[in-house]
Design a protein around this ligand. Structure first.
Ligand SMILES: [Zn+2]
Ligand SMILES: [Zn+2]
Length: 290
């Protein structure tokens, strides 16, 4: 198997590059960060398939800056709309935050997407799922990975250093259980090496996958402990979590928005496995242990 690695810059400080992989000169995995320079570089490759792992901004450059055919999982199409109709997503999040008595203004941080003024250029095709496509939902609802000759091109599903964010959209609330299931599934596959969309290649897949399962399981326990200790509202519970970037109360609005979504993802997971339940109090929904 032959893999060409295209390293493309992003404007983010924490994830400064996205890797696009061209496998056997036939399959391109991912589409780089959204800008014309990146898309131009990728257009030089004459490949049979262009497959996007998920809808995040650092993976979908080809969708907005190239007229080629691009394949993406059908579940991701709904979320790609965030770039053309961000207002709808912001309103949905605000409604949800209101239910849990959290500050709905944190969702306004998504307005930055409107400033990008992105319009779809590519012909979007619903992904053809053959035996090389592995469904790996959790980071997003329709995230996929590509497995060729024992090499897993994992997008943001598995990274070597960062623990990927588990998404929570008002229309996608099963991120944590999906993510854990995706990891368990990959433990059973014959994977010799992982090529993530960011950070280093992973030579010991089993070790990294096991670390990630442990991390998310202990995060779920941490959220449960917060509820069990008497923290009831969404913001109270989020404030009790040991975030890797510091204390929730000191976060900017964007990170508060992300942290609240992640906390909700774990609370919905705990609800799903019968550990916590929702209750109405003072006009908002709070969480208690079962
Ligand atoms: Zn992502
Ligand atoms: Zn990414």
């Amino acid at each position: 198997m032959e893999v060409e690695i295209v390293k493309l810059k992003t404007p983010f400080t924490d994830l400064d590059h996205t890797y696009v992989y061209v496998v056997n000169s036939e399959i391109m995995v991912d589409g780089g960060f959204c800008n014309p320079q990146n898309a131009e570089k990728l257009e030089e490759f004459d490949v049979k398939r262009r497959i996007i792992t998920h809808h995040h901004i650092d993976h979908v450059g080809l969708v907005f800056y190239s007229k080629k055919d691009v394949e993406i999982h059908k579940r991701e199409l709904e979320f790609l709309e965030i770039y053309s109709k961000p207002e709808k997503f912001i309103e949905d999040y605000k409604r949800l935050f209101r239910i849990y008595g959290a500050n709905e203004n944190y969702a306004d941080t998504l307005r930055v997407i409107m400033a990008m003024k992105l319009t779809k250029k590519a012909r979007l095709l619903e992904l053809i799922e053959d035996n090389q496509i592995i469904d790996t939902p959790g980071h997003t609802a329709g995230h996929i990975s590509v497995l060729i000759d024992g090499c897993l091109f994992s997008g943001d599903f598995i990274l070597s250093r960062t623990t990927p964010n588990v998404s929570f959209y008002p229309t996608y609330t099963s991120g944590v259980s999906d993510y854990l299931r995706s990891l368990e599934k990959c433990l059973k596959l014959d994977i010799s090496e992982i090529f993530p969309a960011h950070e280093k290649r992973i030579k010991d897949p089993e070790k990294r996958i096991t670390q990630l399962i442990e991390h998310y399981t202990s995060r779920a326990l941490e959220v449960f402990d917060a509820v069990n200790s008497g923290y009831r509202t969404l913001e109270e519970i989020a404030s009790e979590i040991n975030w890797s970037i510091g204390n929730f109360r000191k976060f900017d609005d964007f990170n508060k928005f992300m942290a609240l979504c992640e906390t909700l993802a774990f609370l919905y997971y705990l609800r799903e496995i019968g550990k916590v339940e929702e209750e109405k109090a003072d006009g908002r929904v709070i969480f208690t242990v079962c």
